[in-house]
Design a protein. Structure first.
Ligand SMILES: Nc1ncnc2c1ncn2[C@@H]1O[C@H](COP(=O)(O)OP(=O)(O)OP(=O)(O)O)[C@@H](O)[C@H]1O
Ligand SMILES: [Mg+2]
Length: 330
């Protein structure tokens, strides 16, 4: 369904000159830097998949999405979405995709949401029956009726995001591109957005590519995750596999009856100490919590304890921080 091969996007960035009248000198005698934002990216997404596309700031996520949606023309490489080359056939492509950029609304700022949707109905030539069916669905799942008569500029961020999702899906596209759809949204509204994305993926078989900095979105929604860093895909695969590879460490958190001096115990490493509390990191393949508790408990009275599992966020952070892994090799 989505086919990306050796995709490259380079931006020409103007280098500003220092000193007096720098803007004018830059204007008349510009120097450029070529910034390769996306570097030889290749992947395939099958119909019905819900894929997370993550990476640190500036990694090239939005640039990739803009090429997939036809907003930007690739410098080289090939993109095909359902048989269409987005940048070459933007009109046809627009009919089969929906797009939400969390940072920027696609709706008309000053008019009520429902009027924006009516305009989009005409633009996309959505038949009356489909329009009605979709509006009913958005009322049920996104509570559109609560803010449909409000101008977009008066909406809260969570409402605006829901309005943008409704607009993106009004013509029942088969593919949905979401670039940070939960940014700045509170936990309750986030849950609602996630439930909606999940529902349209499951029920309507809409293929979704989702960019986010919220690992909760990924954990709740995606089974596959692609990690892009400095323009290159450094991981493409199962979230469970990442857990297996990076999730072999656990932390035993022990609260002692009394403050105790730092000490080491066989099979674990003391990683943090705070008052009567200590954190011991251990490899679950080499030590068991019960062994450790017995060893420690024999020396100092224990008041309370927990075993912490690594968060996906932590694992992803360690990948971002340079422990890169071969693409598809985990
Ligand atoms: N219009 C542009 N002109 C020049 N450089 C650009 C332009 N847009 C993006 N870039 C550069 O390309 C790189 C990738 O940017 P992109 O917006 O794709 O990152 P991102 O992964 O979406 O980051 P974020 O998580 O911050 O949204 C960055 O280094 C950015 O500075
Ligand atoms: Mg971005």
């Amino acid at each position: 369904m989505i086919f990306v091969d050796s995709l490259v996007k380079e931006y020409k960035q103007t280098i500003r000159k220092d000193g007096m009248f720098s803007s004018i000198r830059t204007l008349f005698n510009p120097n450029f830097n070529i910034k390769r934002a996306v570097n030889e990216v290749s992947f395939t997404i099958q119909e019905g998949e819900l894929v997370g596309y993550i990476g640190p700031n500036g990694a090239g996520k939005s640039t990739s999405i803009k090429m997939l949606t036809g907003i930007l023309v690739p410098t080289s490489g090939h993109v095909e979405v359902n048989g269409i080359v987005p940048s070459k056939n933007r009109k046809e492509h627009a009919k089969q995709i929906g797009v939400v950029f969390g940072q920027k609304t696609q709706l008309w700022w000053d008019i009520p949401v429902i009027d924006s949707l009516r305009l989009l109905k005409d633009i996309y030539k959505v038949p009356d029956s489909l329009y009605k069916k979709n509006i009913d669905l958005f009322c049920e799942l996104l509570e559109l009726h609560q803010f449909q008569n409000t101008p977009v500029r008066q909406l809260s961020l969570g409402q605006r995001m829901r309005a943008d999702l409704a607009a993106a899906l009004l013509h029942s596209p088969k593919i949905l591109f979401l670039d940070e759809p939960t940014i700045g949204v509170d936990v309750v509204a986030k849950e609602r957005l996630r439930a909606f994305i999940k529902e349209i993926n499951r029920e309507q078989k809409v293929t979704v590519l989702l960019t986010t900095h919220d690992m909760g979105d990924i954990e709740k929604l995606c089974s596959r995750m692609m990690i892009i860093d400095r323009g290159e895909v450094i991981y493409d695969g199962d979230i469970e596999e990442i857990r297996m590879k990076y999730g072999e460490y656990r932390t035993l958190v022990i609260q002692f009856e009394q403050p105790v001096a730092d000490f080491n115990v066989k099979g674990a490493e003391l990683v943090k100490s705070d008052g009567t509390k200590k954190w011991f990191k251990f490899n679950r393949n080499e030590a068991s919590p019960s062994e450790l508790i017995t060893l420690i408990g024999a020396c100092y009275p224990i008041k309370d304890l927990t075993v912490e599992e690594p968060e996906i966020e932590e694992m992803v952070r360690s990948i971002y921080e340079g422990k890169t892994i071969d693409a598809r090799a985990v």
